[in-house]
Write a protein that binds this ligand. Structure first.
Ligand code: ZN
Ligand code: ZN
Length: 779
């Protein structure tokens, strides 16, 4: 019997070759009808025999027929009247059905089909460094405005040749409406220049061969990729890597590396099955992998950490380059962001030459403009789940879908460190890529521009702005400067927990454990380690790490001596029955041997001691990040965070074997006040262990275990009081794998169900999503 059905599909179904796939299946089954994009996704009207329509629905979801990048979120089918004598199945391409949310998708690694063609001497794109199709290639990074159509991308300056145009317009072709379609005849080209931008070579094969030659000889080459420039150097050549470090003014932060196969990565790092899948995924992020012992990677690539960050080639140019590198005997490259220290990633040719001339020996350039810089995403594994440390290329601007429609458009400004911002519109949260630390003037400028770009791209008209309570945040100041918007201030750690709720489509309440560096609290103190009974509507502070004094504002997150002295004061100062004067003297004299390990002269110690005593430039804090700094410094692992969380990472890396012992702690329950996790006993036992010269590995493990045990007890107390059984973990300290895995294990063993961030980072990169989710409940 002939029937007609209307099928409404939501999910990632626009701009991913969905309509051509529908067309192919429908025609193959002899069905008539039409497919078109609408405001929510794709609508299909199908007419034909009932069993054929049923078969269509099965095949649409099958791996063989579904476009690789498509993701079907929901699929509603209703029966509608049959149309007599309809004829064939057609694609309606005009998109006249209202304004689509956006067809802009993320930048995607080169697909297998394109790699095959690139290696095929018979193909007209043989050896072409910009080969792409509907299933792969640049998207977000080349879009200037909507609708997503070639004239609105940086490909507009390249006129398609007849061969490319034929594929672009053929509805059954893999390149149908693939906006960046090009070939050697009509598309972008590469060239090699010296460090002043003077062209050395333009012939594609020679450019690549010469670049490989330079890299093998230990030179630094700036390579223009998809989201910006990389600075590349042979990862096995320590001298070359050190030279890059020196020139880039990046003293310590680990460098990411690139290889052309998982087999090669396995020579240097341990690659689990899920990690391998992720490396090979279309998103192609940097994956943090445990180092193999005695690997031949240059030591200065990643010192003081236990992992290497590896990614696979993701642009055709990378593959062509590695083919040549293999001939020269070079295995893997350092591929670090093309910028100076913490400035934004550079993506424009002129700026690259201006700023990177002092770093790179040569430039591998091309003339396809990158409109938006997008950093590489960074992911690691927790509890067998991939977890973001940085969400950018490959994932942005893919939205996070919600069940309920947001009644008004919302702009969430994010936090100041590792900033991202977020828009809420209809049933989507659209999170920006990693923007960076706003205190850098260039990054702040980039932030302001990015907000406007993404707003236009997704046609958002915010009526509400959500911001962090910290009055000193630049993001907060920007949010409050926006006129005509309703402003909603949101506590930092509540936003962290809300980000977990939003990702999981929940509204709470849950027991939220935020383990974090610093965030402004509602009592004016600097919060950090918090147990919140939180929903998207409200939160209550159930417990927190007992406050300790922290002197020196911004310096406190860099100089470990500050939290060390704060914790000593808290632990020993308060015990003394006499007044501060004497106890200070006791502290410093008694712990002289300990403080000697930390780079800070006696004068500085005295000043900090005075500051704490007189509460000058000193805050009360429950920051957990700073406790990590202090412990790392007392163990002699360093005295300064040259990059964020350097000392905590060194402390985690020091753990060699899992041990079960932990230091003691107290939970202090005072009527009418939040429960306090007091680490005084931990500090004392830890210092005794240092005195007894226990190994750093053991002390570090006992410290981590103490925190996990303390957080567990906090959660149990919260369960006792609220009868809630779900715990949500978030905050920057949960970028620490050891702590996170242990917390999850202990909580699960105690019968809790545990949620943590998977779609956005648990660090401050996830704050904007939480802000948007909370604000969405209030409009
Ligand atoms: Zn492709
Ligand atoms: Zn062409």
């Amino acid at each position: 019997m002939v029937k007609r059905q209307r099928i409404s599909i939501t999910g990632r179904v626009q701009g991913v070759g969905f309509r051509p796939a529908v067309y192919k299946i429908a025609r193959g089954l002899g069905l008539s009808g039409v497919v078109y994009n609408d405001t929510k996704g794709v609508t299909i009207e199908l007419q034909g025999k009932e069993e054929k329509i049923a078969e269509f629905l099965v095949r649409l979801r099958s791996d063989a027929d579904k476009p690789p990048l498509a993701e079907i979120k929901s699929c509603d089918v209703v029966e509608i009247p049959v149309i007599e004598a309809e004829g064939k199945f057609t694609i309606q391409t005009s998109d006249s059905q209202g304004s689509p949310l956006s067809q802009v998708t993320a930048d995607i690694a080169t697909c297998r089909d394109c790699l095959g063609e690139m290696a095929d001497k018979e193909d007209f794109r043989y050896g072409y460094p910009f080969i792409n199709c509907t299933n792969c290639g640049p998207r977000y990074s080349i879009v200037k405005s909507i609708p997503y159509d070639r004239p609105n991308t940086t490909m507009s300056v390249f006129e398609m040749c007849d061969k490319c145009a034929a594929q672009y317009t053929e509805v059954t072709d893999r390149r149908f409406h693939a906006q960046p379609v090009a070939c050697g005849e009509c598309g972008p080209k590469i060239r090699l220049t010296d460090n002043k931008g003077k062209t050395i070579e333009t012939q594609t094969e020679k450019v690549i061969a010469e670049t490989a030659h330079l890299l093998s000889a230990g030179k630094i080459v700036a390579i223009k990729g998809i989201g910006g420039f990389h600075l590349a150097v042979d990862a096995l050549n320590n001298k070359a890597v050190e030279r890059l470090r020196e020139r880039k003014k990046r003293d310590h932060k680990p460098f990411a590396m690139m290889a052309d196969s998982v087999e090669k990565i396995k020579k240097y790092a341990l690659v689990s099955e899920p990690a391998e899948q992720l490396l090979k995924s279309p998103q192609s992020p940097i994956v943090l992998l445990p180092k193999k012992r005695n690997s031949s990677i240059a030591p200065s690539v990643a010192e003081g950490v236990s992992t290497y960050g590896f990614m696979l080639c993701y642009a055709p140019l990378h593959y062509l380059l590695f083919e040549q590198l293999n001939e020269c005997g070079t295995d893997v490259l350092v591929m670090t962001s093309g910028n100076i220290s913490d400035e934004p990633l550079i993506c424009k040719n002129e700026l690259a030459i201006e700023r990177l001339a002092c770093v790179a020996d040569a430039f591998l350039m091309h003339d396809r403009e990158i409109y938006r810089q997008v950093d590489d995403s960074i992911v690691h594994f927790v509890d067998e789940q991939p977890v973001f440390l940085r969400r950018a290329r490959g994932y942005v601007p893919s939205p996070i879908f919600t069940e309920e429609n947001c009644r008004q458009d919302i702009f969430a400004a994010g936090a100041d460190l590792k900033n991202t911002f977020c828009f809420a519109k209809q049933n989507q949260f659209i999170c920006s890529e990693h923007i960076g630390d706003l205190e850098d003037a260039e990054v702040y400028h980039h932030y302001i521009n990015s907000i406007e770009h993404l707003r236009k791209l997704f046609e958002v008209e915010p009526k509400v702005v959500a911001y962090d309570l910290h009055p000193g945040y630049l993001s907060t100041q920007h949010a409050l400067s926006l006129e005509g918007l309703r402003a909603i201030g949101i506590q930092h750690h509540w936003a962290h927990i809300a980000s977990v709720l939003a990702e999981h489509g929940l509204s709470g309440p849950v027991i939220g454990l935020a383990a974090d560096g610093t965030g402004y609290g509602t009592d004016g103190a600097i919060w950090g380690c918090e147990c919140l009974i939180a929903s998207l509507d409200k939160f209550e502070r159930f417990g927190h790490l007992a406050y300790y004094p922290l002197a020196g504002a911004d310096k406190a997150s860099k100089e470990a001596i500050r939290p060390v002295m704060g914790l000593l004061k808290k632990t020993y100062g308060d015990q003394s029955s006499c007044h501060c004067e004497r106890s200070e003297a006791i502290s410093i004299n008694k712990f002289g041997w300990l403080l000697e390990r930390i780079e800070a002269d006696a004068n500085k110690q005295k000043i900090i001691s005075e500051q704490i005593k007189k509460r000058i430039n000193t805050v009360e804090t429950s920051s957990l990040g700073r406790v990590f700094d202090a412990v790392a410094a007392m163990l002699g692992l360093g005295s300064y965070n040259y990059f964020e969380a350097q000392l905590p990472m060194a402390l985690e890396a020091a753990i060699e074997n899992e041990i079960e012992e932990h230091y003691d702690f107290d939970l202090i329950n005072e009527a009418g006040k939040p429960l306090k996790l007091d680490l005084g006993k931990m500090v004392k036992q830890l210092i005794a262990d240092i005195r007894e010269e226990k190994t750093v590995s053991v002390i570090s493990a006992k410290f981590h275990n103490c925190l996990a045990a303390g957080l567990l007890e906090m959660a149990k107390a919260a369960r006792e009081s609220t009868k809630l059984n779900t715990v949500a973990l978030s905050g920057g300290v949960f970028c620490n794998r050891y702590l996170t895995i242990r917390c999850i294990k202990l909580l699960k063993k105690t019968g809790f169900s545990v949620l943590f961030n998977r779609d956005v980072p648990s660090n401050d990169g996830g704050i904007s999503l939480g802000q948007a989710a909370i604000a969405a409940k209030q409009v």
